[in-house]
Design a protein around this ligand. Structure first.
Ligand SMILES: Nc1nc2c(c(=O)[nH]1)N[C@H]1C(S)=C(S)[C@@H](COP(=O)(O)O)O[C@H]1N2
Ligand SMILES: [Mo]
Length: 258
C-alpha cells in the first residue's frame, strides 16, 4: 500500500535542524511553521536569497508535516460539516459502492481525464498518519491512503496559466455547493493526497467517500470531501463567492495554514 510512504521520524529533517543549530541560529521548525529571533531575522533579510531560501525550506521533502506512530491513531475520526450528502445522485452512487462514480480533472490542463475509483486505486499509493485540525479547535490523528495530487497533475499536464486547483464536492451546505481551492505549491507537496482510504479501510461516507483531499499543511475546511471534479484555474474570482472556497466566501482565510 504505502510504496512511497515517508517515514514517521524523518532523519533528513533532524539533519536540517542539527545543521541550523550548528550555524548558531535559533531558527525553529514547529508544526505551525517557522519562528525566528530578531538577530537571525536581520541577517536573513540582508540576503536577497531569503525568500527563495524560505520557499525551498518550506517545500523541501525535509520539512514534511509531522507524522505519528500507529498507536496514536484516534479512536474516533470525528466527522464535521456534511456527513452524508443528501442529494439523490450521490446516494445512488453510494448504494452501488461508487462503481459508477467518476473523477473529472479538467480546466487549465493539456490532458483532461475522467477516472473511476478502480483506476485511482491502480495508481501508486501513499499512506500517512497525520493530525486533522479543525478551525473549531478540535483535532484527531488518522491514517490516510491515496494518490499524490502531484502524480495526478503530472498525468493531466497543467498549462502555464494554471495557478489554483479547485475541488468541487457532491454536497450542499446550507444551500450552496461545497468547494475549495489550493495553490499549485500546496498541490505539489509530497504530503498532499487524494485519499480513498482511512485507517486501513475504505474511506467512510462520513469522512468524504469516495474521495477527499488531504492537504496536511492546512486546516480541516480546506480538505474537501465528496470530490466529484477537480478544475485547474488561473483565478477563482468567478467561482461562487469568489474567495476560493465555501468557508472563505463566509470570511475564513484562504491559506489557512496549521
Ligand atoms: N464537501 C465537504 N468537505 C468538507 C466539509 C464539508 O462540510 N463538506 N467540512 C470541512 C471541515 S470544516 C472539516 S473540519 C473536515 C472534516 O473532515 P472529517 O469529516 O473527515 O472529519 O472536512 C472539511 N471538508
Ligand atoms: Mo473544520
Amino acid at each position: 500500500m504505502s510504496k512511497s510512504s515517508p517515514s514517521a521520524f524523518d532523519p533528513g529533517r533532524r539533519r536540517l535542524l542539527a545543521g541550523l543549530a550548528a550555524g548558531g541560529s535559533s531558527l525553529l521548525l514547529t508544526g505551525c511553521g517557522l519562528s525566528r529571533n530578531d538577530t537571525v531575522q536581520a541577517a536573513f533579510e540582508a540576503s536577497e536569497d531569503f525568500t527563495h531560501w524560505m520557499h525551498d525550506l518550506l517545500t523541501s521533502p525535509d520539512t514534511r508535516v509531522r507524522q505519528y506512530p500507529p498507536e496514536m491513531i484516534s479512536a474516533y475520526p470525528k466527522p464535521n460539516g456534511t456527513s452524508n450528502p443528501d442529494n439523490p445522485h450521490y446516494q445512488k452512487l453510494a448504494a452501488n459502492n461508487f462503481a459508477e462514480w467518476r473523477l473529472q480533472v479538467d480546466g487549465e490542463v493539456e490532458e483532461p481525464v475522467k477516472l473511476s475509483l478502480a483506476e485511482l486505486r491502480a495508481m501508486p499509493s501513499q499512506s500517512q498518519i497525520t493530525r486533522h485540525d479543525c478551525v473549531e479547535g478540535w483535532s484527531y490523528i488518522a491514517k490516510w491512503t491515496g494518490v499524490r495530487l502531484a502524480a495526478m497533475l503530472e498525468r493531466v499536464q497543467p498549462t502555464a496559466k494554471a495557478r489554483y486547483v479547485v475541488f468541487f464536492c457532491a454536497d450542499d451546505l446550507f444551500g450552496d455547493q461545497y468547494y475549495e481551492s489550493i495553490s499549485m505549491e500546496s498541490a505539489r507537496d509530497p504530503m498532499t493526497i487524494l485519499a480513498y482510504g482511512l485507517n486501513g479501510g475504505k474511506l467512510p461516507i462520513a469522512n468524504g467517500a469516495p474521495l477527499r483531499l488531504r492537504a496536511e499543511r492546512q486546516l480541516g475546511y480546506k480538505m474537501a470531501k465528496y470530490i466529484t471534479r477537480i478544475e485547474l484555474v488561473n483565478s477563482t474570482t468567478h467561482i461562487q463567492g469568489g474567495n476560493g472556497g465555501y468557508w472563505e466566501d463566509r470570511g475564513y482565510w484562504w491559506w489557512a495554514g496549521v
